[in-house]
Ligand binder design. Structure first.
Ligand code: B12
Ligand code: SF4
Ligand code: SF4
Length: 364
């Protein structure tokens, strides 16, 4: 058995900002199964040549039922850290593992031993407390499992901790002090796809099946299929998005795929709850984004007497009018919307704002 490691190294922290999702570093490349598979095939042929006639070799990279980390530790490539991944003293933990099983007899290397010492950074860093004890992972809580492998609904109680991660998670790996020795391997570097690092979340929601395949062809991200990735984008928007994301989420809420529709509904509720608690401080720009061009004006800090006069003036010019008043303040913000000009989508948004507990609605 030949155990191999390929470093994908530090591809830099993606500065996703609020409106973008975060993709795990290993997935910001062309699919490693293909990239490494080609090299492994050549290497297996070379091993066969080395052994001469009758030598047989098979190769694996995250494909067969092999205990890859255990084999790598026994081969001396590195040690299994408390986060349950293999750490190489030379390469850190940003490495893929691969193997060649061969009939060629090779002298074994000495196994590596654990070098975590008293460190426990990875346990503390995990957002979902998935590392339940050193060397012990509850995969059902791991964001990597929840965003990539899980085919159904993400448990509601775990959604907030996912933040804006839309494909995998690197938190326990990123804090490991052994990464100070990490180097980016040339083999993966040549296949970097930096545009995958921080995709705009709202944009992902507009992908249909064909668009999804076009965009992620040849990358590990195809694995989730459209339904999985859009589900994850909804969760990320629910955690970090603002009211500007609502129109896209309302559309996703009507997606024929029930998984996407349900997660979009959850996201809408999260954003609305945040907007409600902040509604007295909604800015004019936010409101304009919310109701689009139909928002005519926001009047700040007007007393009731002056507002009555203004309302009369507006009524003379525009009819019908939708007037929203922030009830939480005596002299609060007043928004006037030309109701009959709203598109159905915008109308839904206005309706939702109007039923918000802090706003009263009046159509004249
Ligand atoms: C299932 C799986 C997952 C699951 C469960 C992961 C887990 N930690 O158990 C999920 C989906 C959560 C997952 C997530 C990730 N994965 Co994954 N995953 C696998 C996969 C396909 C199978 C692992 C498995 O369950 N095997 C079966 C069990 C029985 O084996 P085992 O867990 O290795 O345990 C045996 C031995 O290792 C040993 N052992 C285990 N722990 C310890 C500790 C000590 C001290 C000792 C002595 C022995 C020992 O005893 C066990 C029984 O023999 C492997 C590929 C593979 N074929 O190994 C990749 C693999 C482990 N994953 C990998 C990666 C990169 C990731 C992520 C970093 C991806 C990401 N960024 O989102 C995360 C990391 C999460 C984490 N903290 O582990 C890499 C890890 C590379 C590395 N440096 O170790 C692998 C090896 C794929 C590859 N070929 O590169 N993964
Ligand atoms: S990959 Fe993320 S969620 Fe999974 S164990 Fe590591 S830190 Fe926790
Ligand atoms: S962060 Fe610390 S405890 Fe965790 S794997 Fe790295 S060295 Fe070990």
């Amino acid at each position: 058995m030949i155990s191999l490691a390929a470093a994908y190294g530090e591809t830099g922290i993606a500065d996703a900002g609020q409106s973008a999702g975060v993709v795990a570093r290993y997935a910001r490349f062309a699919d490693y199964h293909d990239v490494l598979g080609r090299r492994l095939k050549s290497l297996a042929d070379f091993v066969n040549q080395l052994g001469g006639e009758g030598t047989r070799s098979l190769w694996y990279v995250d494909t067969g039922p092999l205990l890859e980390r255990d084999l790598a530790q026994r081969a001396g490539l590195g040690f299994i850290g408390k986060h349950t991944n293999l750490i190489s003293r030379r390469l850190g933990n940003w490495i893929f593992l691969a193997e060649i099983i061969t009939t060629l007899e090779i002298a074994p290397d000495a196994p590596e031993k654990n070098r975590c010492g008293s460190c426990a950074r990875c346990l503390a860093a995990c957002p979902t407390e998935a590392i339940t004890a050193p060397f012990q992972l509850d995969a059902r809580r791991c964001i990597s499992y929840l965003t990539i492998e899980l085919k159904g609904a993400i448990p509601v109680e775990l959604r907030p901790a996912i933040g804006n991660r839309i494909y995998g998670c690197d938190d326990c790996l990123a804090v490991c002090p052994w990464n100070r020795f990490a180097k980016e391997g040339a083999m993966m570097k040549a296949h970097a796809r930096p545009e995958l690092a921080a995709p705009a979340l709202v944009e992902l929601l507009s992908l249909d099946d064909a668009g999804f395949k076009r965009r992620f062809q040849g990358t590990p991200m195809l694995r989730t299929k459209r339904r999985g990735l859009l589900r994850n984008a909804c969760v990320a928007l629910g955690n970090t998005g603002d009211i500007a994301a609502l129109p896209a989420l309302f559309r996703a809420n009507r997606d024929p795929e029930p998984l996407i529709a349900e997660h979009a509904q959850w996201a809408v509720e999260q954003i609305e709850a945040r907007a409600t608690s902040a509604s007295s401080s909604l800015t004019f720009r936010n409101l304009q984004q919310l109701v689009g061009c139909k928002l005519l004006t926001v009047i700040r800090n007007f007393g009731a007497d002056r507002f009555d006069l203004l309302r009369r003036d507006w009524r003379r010019v525009i009819s019908p009018l939708l007037i929203l008043t922030n009830k939480s303040q005596d002299r609060g913000n007043i928004i006037i919307v030309r109701e009959n000009g709203c598109s159905p989508g915008q109308h839904v948004i206005v309706e939702r704002l109007a039923t918000d507990r802090n706003w009263s609605r009046e159509t004249t």
